[in-house]
Design a protein around this ligand. Structure first.
Ligand SMILES: [Zn+2]
Length: 120
């Protein structure tokens, strides 16, 4: 079970108290965008195996949205930050880079051993 610390109220919330809101940092389509750009905004998501940035709602707590960084394969939580952030905080990116280099897992989620065995 995921346990995320809400950056708004400071509470450590279990997954059942939260609502997943999908990928974070999606830039809205504007009136001048083409149909393909609108389609990409509306429907296309990255579905990354590895480090992901997601939106979460503290539904049964303070009721506020926030962002979380976690690993989609190991469910390791790297940190949470306010939803008003246009991009992840630099300190969090450093934490993720250190954790990824320590574990031998690339940011795409594949380990170095997996990559070498896929070639044969
Ligand atoms: Zn909260």
């Amino acid at each position: 079970m995921l346990r995320l610390r809400c950056p708004v109220c400071g509470m450590l919330a279990e997954e059942t108290e939260l609502h997943a809101g999908g990928e974070a940092h999606i830039v809205r389509a504007t009136a001048g965008d083409s149909d393909a750009e609108f389609e990409a905004y509306m429907f296309l998501r990255k579905n990354v195996k590895g480090v992901v940035f997601e939106r979460w709602l503290h539904q049964y707590g303070c009721g506020k949205w926030f962002h979380a960084a976690r690993n989609s394969t190991s469910h390791q939580i790297y940190g949470t930050y306010p939803a008003q952030s246009a991009e992840p905080p630099a300190a969090l990116l450093e934490t993720i880079a250190a954790a990824v280099s320590d574990s031998g897992i690339t940011e795409s989620g594949a380990s170095a051993a997996d990559e070498s065995t896929n070639d044969s």
